[in-house]
Design a binder for this molecule. Sequence first.
Ligand code: CP3
Length: 391
Amino acid sequence: VILSPQHPLSAGRTGDSRLVRAYRGERPDTTPVWFMRQAGRSLPEYRDLRVGTRMLDACLDPAMASEITLQPVRRHKVDAGIFFSDIVVPVKLVGVDVEIQPGRGPVFGRGYADAAAVAELTSVDPARLDEASAPITEAVGRTIAELNETAPSGSRDASDSVGRSSTLGGGGTPLIGFAGAPFTLAAYLAEGGPSKDHLAARTLMHADPGAWRALMDWTAELTGRFLRTQVLAGASAAQLFDSWAGALSLADYEAQVAPASAKALSFVHDLEYGSTDASGTAVTRRVPVVHFGVGTGELLGAMHRIGVDVVGVDHRIPLDIAAERVGAGVPLQGNLDPALLAAPWPVLEAAVLDVLSRGRSAPAHVFNLGHGVPPETDPAVLTRVVELVHQ
Ligand code: CP3
């Protein structure tokens, strides 16, 4: 499927941005940077806007979701926006009882930890999501309309030998779409809410492999459709969050989880756009996909093998070691320890430079944190980190 000519990738607005170039393995003029959870409670303008609106209502209000997505781009001059939404939004949109409790996370009306519960959940056709996705499509549309005009200066290489930035309509900041990977969603669904060890999901996968496969299959299609909607509406890259995959052994990950994650990504892997390569030859490219999880040092190779372009790495494993584990030729994203955002500047500065230096072990590197921005973070520190990375 070819993306529409108005899509920022097809229209040449984001295909040569620092972010998209790094995601396809090139080294732009400077390392691109964005932060997981860059939109959110660390920003006073976010806290002001959210007063009186519940999290999932905010996600489904296109004007609000778009404004919140844009706030950190304007403030920090990061190289990408990440769509303001949540991994449970598609579950909510097909009618499942779920809310996000402040300070806690997603909480469901019940847990889905046995065959009967899973059968009830999966009786809803995931294709119904497409009929309910108008708020997502509208929010992405509003967001890219403004991002098209907000390229941070120099975010496209001025030295582009074929002059693409001038001939193809100018720069734009790319929007990253995202979705939860089936396991991370299933960890919440099985438990009925947040948990430390995701025991209910890990039990179900062995206690009732049939029910587990049904749950993973359903979740994969639902979350894959959510991701596809965002890309069709204008996202220039996609990130699959398997935040809790680090709770699994490599064997369980490969047998019980990876196939469902690959299925989720099949909903975006067929989306293509026309571009030109460095010599001006016409090429067809796929939308770049990033795969991230927490505590996944032992899983990095397997997480790459499901068929992604970029692996996101948390702070527990240095990028040079991560580069060895994923194998040659794979761009990496990460991995400053979020705890260091509250450390004295000289300590933080040294840590940022260390991440950048280790990132040179990979063919390309997108600077990020090892996990999300802590809510107490001073936003001025994030802006300063962006400036340092860009220097
Ligand atoms: O800026 C961004 O990164 C984009 C927005 C984003 C949110 N959730 C908004 C959000 C993204 C990418 C997510 C993904 C998400 N949601 C994940 C995967 C990424 C990760 O952090 O590992 C997970 C596990 C969830 C589930 C979830 N939603 C949790 C654990 C929480 C935190 C609960 C809390 O209050 O601490 C949420 C709520 C949530 N999602 C907030 C935001 C900005 C906080 C809501 C608020 O302002 O109260």
